[in-house]
Design a protein around this ligand. Structure first.
Ligand code: HAM
Length: 423
């Protein structure tokens, strides 16, 4: 087939009807769980001031340095398609005075994000995330709730081979000491690091730790670990978190090289990985300094986000298919031009009565229409012929008993509900 003249931009995809059921299922699962935990939904604009991300995610992170879609408008605004949700939500929290509400404020979101990445499996330029943010609470119990909610959503979607990887990168008190020692160590191993890491060493040394390059991994075997530098408060915060996770029987691994690619994190950071595929499905952590960086004072917070397309891929590979469509209980057939004309208002009344009705009005032959009805396995078939259309009546066939009755059109709903109730 010839290449179509227009294609979706690199790294973006159409979500076709056959895939919508996955999105619906994930949305519903997230909504049920977060509603129980008293989260309110928030939608922030797709476009934000690019400086919001430069200040919060960090100037020397991959997201800001390489992956932001930047727009310069005619009005000279400097805008970015949002690459992530935490900074916009903190901006919204400050801007809308949510500090005056009882704390913590629990927010959740679901929607598209944009990163100018090199497209590959599980890495797109437009992708969807759902996320949660718990703002205004410093207790480690909310770190655990962030992990728990993400973990439960994935489990309820049928994904069971999961591991939580967790680390603490310390706070303003202990991280600078760690950073200094880390830089010293990296300098000593400079020649064994890849070119990117030699740069990162100066701009964002913690990011060197999660470089996937084999050469760097070897060179990093002996590097100092943030966990050995934690101050008493950070140490206790991590210890409490792990104890809660033990209590919940959530499997975890302490991962000393997990730093995550965003500058706003403090203390606990975590990811949830599929042990089956090795794909990271969700990530998050604490960000106690973000509010201050954005001019909102001292507000502790924690949260996480998961990649919807990665979850869908995992669901497909593990054969966790959602019901692809609402299957109708009833099928509407019509024969002849008058019946066809009268069928749309009748169908509309059935919809209003809450009945799920299938039809193939484009087909005129009864055989074709009944064929589709039997493939769907409906409980009742409605037949509107020329004679019935003239007399304002209709035929209803009970597909289980094969009994057929003629009823007045105003009695259709009653008769159908009777059939649907039968076991
Ligand atoms: P993140 O780790 O950058 O964290 O993204 C979260 C998840 O989004 C990833 O684990 C992955 O499943 C998915 N994801 C990221 N980039 C892509 C991509 N290019 N294509 C497909 N999926 C992708 C954050 O975004 C933080 N805001 C999470 C957070 C919330 N931290 C605290 N609160």
């Amino acid at each position: 087939m010839a290449k179509p003249k227009f294609q979706s931009p690199t790294g973006t995809h159409d979500i076709l009807p056959q895939n919508q059921a996955y999105y619906d299922k994930i949305y519903k699962t997230v909504k049920d769980i977060v509603s129980f935990y008293d989260f309110g939904k928030i939608d922030t604009p797709i476009l934000e001031d690019a400086n919001l991300f430069i200040r919060s995610v960090g100037e020397n992170t991959d997201i800001v340095e390489k992956e932001m879609f930047i727009l310069k408008t005619k009005g000279k605004d400097y805008l970015a398609l949002r690459p992530e949700g935490t900074a916009p939500i903190m901006r919204a929290y400050i801007e809308n005075g949510l500090l005056s509400l009882p704390q913590p404020v629990r927010l959740w979101y679901f929607g598209p994000f944009f990163r100018y990445e090199k497209p590959q499996a599980g890495r797109f330029r437009q992708f969807n995330q759902f996320g949660i943010e718990i703002i205004g609470e410093s207790d480690s119990i909310v770190d655990v709730q962030s992990v728990l909610i993400m973990y439960k959503v994935l489990q309820e979607l049928g994904l069971n081979d999961l591991i939580v990887k967790i680390n603490s990168i310390g706070d303003d008190k202990c991280r600078p000491i760690y950073r200094k020692d880390l830089i010293k160590n990296l300098r000593n191993n400079k020649d064994s690091l890849c070119a990117d890491c030699q740069k990162r060493m100066k701009t964002n040394p913690l990011r060197v730790l999660d470089c996937k390059n084999e050469k760097c991994q070897q060179a990093l075997l002996e590097t100092p670990q943030s966990i050995d530098y934690l101050c008493e408060e950070c140490k206790k915060h991590l210890k409490d978190t792990l104890e809660y996770l033990d209590e919940l029987k959530i499997p975890y691994l302490l991962e000393s090289k997990l730093v995550r690619g965003l500058d706003y994190y403090t203390r606990n950071v975590f990811e949830i990985e599929s042990t089956r595929s090795g794909v990271v499905l969700a990530g998050g952590g604490r960000y106690d300094n973000l509010a201050k960086v954005l001019g909102g004072g001292n507000v502790s917070a924690c949260g996480a986000a998961a990649g919807i397309e990665r979850i869908i891929n995992e669901m497909k590979e593990t054969k966790n298919r959602p019901m692809l469509k609402d299957v109708p209980d009833i099928f509407f057939t019509q024969i002849g031009p008058l019946a066809k004309k009268k069928s749309l208002p009748i169908l509309e009344n059935l919809r209003k009565a809450g009945l799920k009705v299938g039809e193939s009005f484009g087909k005129n032959g009864l055989k074709d229409q009944l064929g589709k009805a039997s493939r769907l396995g409906v409980k009742a078939v409605i037949i509107l012929g020329q004679k019935e259309a003239i007399n304002d009546k209709i035929l209803i066939r009970n597909m289980k008993t094969s009994k057929q009755v003629e009823v007045k059109q105003e009695e259709i709903v009653k008769e159908l509900k009777k059939i649907l109730k039968e076991k």
